[in-house]
Design a binder for this molecule. Structure first.
Ligand code: NAD
Ligand code: DAU
Length: 352
């Protein structure tokens, strides 16, 4: 099995590659532009293996993508490369439009040309998995969960750009008959998570005795999934998912942001005498513009059709994650030098 993964130097992409190379024994080509979020040090466990290759390519570069496809000859494409941080999209939407929309368009067009030229058996086995987010569905009230038929209603430039790319992917399936599948997942957490996102930012700020910024009143709810559970789900969807379908991925682990932050503080209190109680560092700050109130994923289709189950509960996953950050300064210290945790995405300078 030969799998081309885009965005493999990122948080989820690197977990997917570690799974495919180390657990499944697949051959993998990682295509990544290495933006601020791309970190090859997340892939030290596969580096040097003959079954793993890396090319530094921008997914908007059609000639480079076409050449990589014709040389590597993938059985599957798993497309994860994206600008992924909501706060960055608020003041810098252009890069999100370019990478998430035009880059996905380029990936679809290059894959279509490659797929159409395959021999019939290879053509029938080929799959293109477009990896997306639950944020395309917008915000939930107190009740209910997103299903695969929930109408799209994105709130941020990030989620709007992901929604646009999902529509392109589905159109390529319907119009050209391309074997495309779309997955929409809830919030991931775990090792190798860039420290701009809530969980790693809170862990590292707490370790350094810095304020723990909680947006608004902290009651916004996210549905957390351990990243290795997501990686297994993506492999399963690419292998056994039905062409033209969408699969929601989520671990049924809804938590308010303030509960997540308090849980991290409690784990650190147990593990580290210095800085106790870490909760004293919590600071409520100005809310994110357009902040979605609640996400929750109904993953029944993935569970019943493909037999997937999340292995980690939030309790086990968050403990593993905190321990990983305590042991992995070698990974995060260079990233903290580049991005020190300052607030991103506020419309009024100085607020919050
Ligand atoms: P990430 O920001 O950690 O990684 C993104 C990777 O894409 C980086 O390695 C970056 O260098 C690369 N990249 C960015 N622009 C590129 C370009 N133009 N060409 C080639 N490579 C480029 O993101 P992530 O959290 O790992 O998310 C991966 C995918 O999963 C994204 O499509 C995201 O929308 C989706 N997703 C993320 C989550 C989550 O909670 N993190 C949840 C659901 C879906
Ligand atoms: O739902 C899936 C999405 O989850 C993915 O598509 C995105 O790529 C991923 O970044 C994530 O988006 P969120 O905006 O939910 O994640 P973030 O970690 O930025 O924020 C999680 C929640 O915590 C959100 O309600 C905002 C809040 N927050 C975030 C930060 C960075 C804070 O309260 N304080 C913070 O400092």
């Amino acid at each position: 099995m030969r799998v081309l993964v885009t965005g493999g130097a990122g948080f989820i992409g690197s977990a997917v590659i570690r799974h495919l190379v180390l657990e499944k024994g697949y051959e993998v080509l990682n295509i990544d532009k290495l933006t601020y979020a791309g970190t090859l040090s997340s892939l030290t466990s596969v580096e040097g293996k003959p079954s793993y290759r890396f090319l530094k390519i921008d997914i908007c570069d059609a000639a480079a993508i076409a050449s990589a496809m014709s040389t590597f000859r993938p059985d599957r494409v798993m497309h994860l490369a994206a600008e992924s941080h909501v706060d960055r999209s608020i003041l810098g939407a252009r890069q999100f439009v370019e990478t998430n929309i035009l880059g996905s368009f380029t990936m679809l067009e290059c894959a279509r040309a490659y797929w159409q030229a395959l021999l019939p058996l290879d053509r029938s086995r080929f799959r293109f998995l477009h990896v997306s987010t639950d944020e395309v569905y917008g915000s939930l009230g107190a009740e209910g969960a997103f299903s695969e038929t929930t109408p799209y209603d994105p709130s941020s430039p990030y989620s709007a750009s992901k929604a646009a790319s999902d529509h392109l992917a589905k159109a390529w399936a319907r119009t050209y008959g391309m074997p495309v599948i779309v997955s929409n997942c809830s919030n991931n957490y775990g090792p190798y998570h860039f420290p701009e996102k809530l969980i790693p930012l809170i862990i590292l700020n707490a370790l350094e005795g810095k304020p723990l910024p909680v947006y608004g009143n902290g009651t916004n709810i996210r549905d957390w999934l351990y990243v290795e559970d997501h990686a297994r789900a993506l492999d399963l969807i690419a292998e056994r998912g039905r062409v033209g379908e969408t699969y929601n991925v989520g671990g049924r682990n809804e938590r308010s942001n303030i509960d997540v932050v308090r849980r991290i503080c409690a784990i650190l209190d147990d593990l580290q005498a210095i800085g106790r109680p870490h909760e004293n560092l919590i600071q409520y700050v100005a809310d994110r513009p357009g902040h979605d109130v609640r996400y929750a994923i109904d993953a029944t289709k993935l569970e019943t059709e493909l037999g997937w189950r999340a292995k980690e509960s939030f309790e086990t996953g968050i403990e593993k994650t905190v321990c990983w950050y305590l042991d992995s300064e070698w990974w995060w210290a260079p990233l903290r030098k580049g991005y020190d945790g300052r607030r991103l995405g506020l419309l009024k300078a100085g607020a919050g």
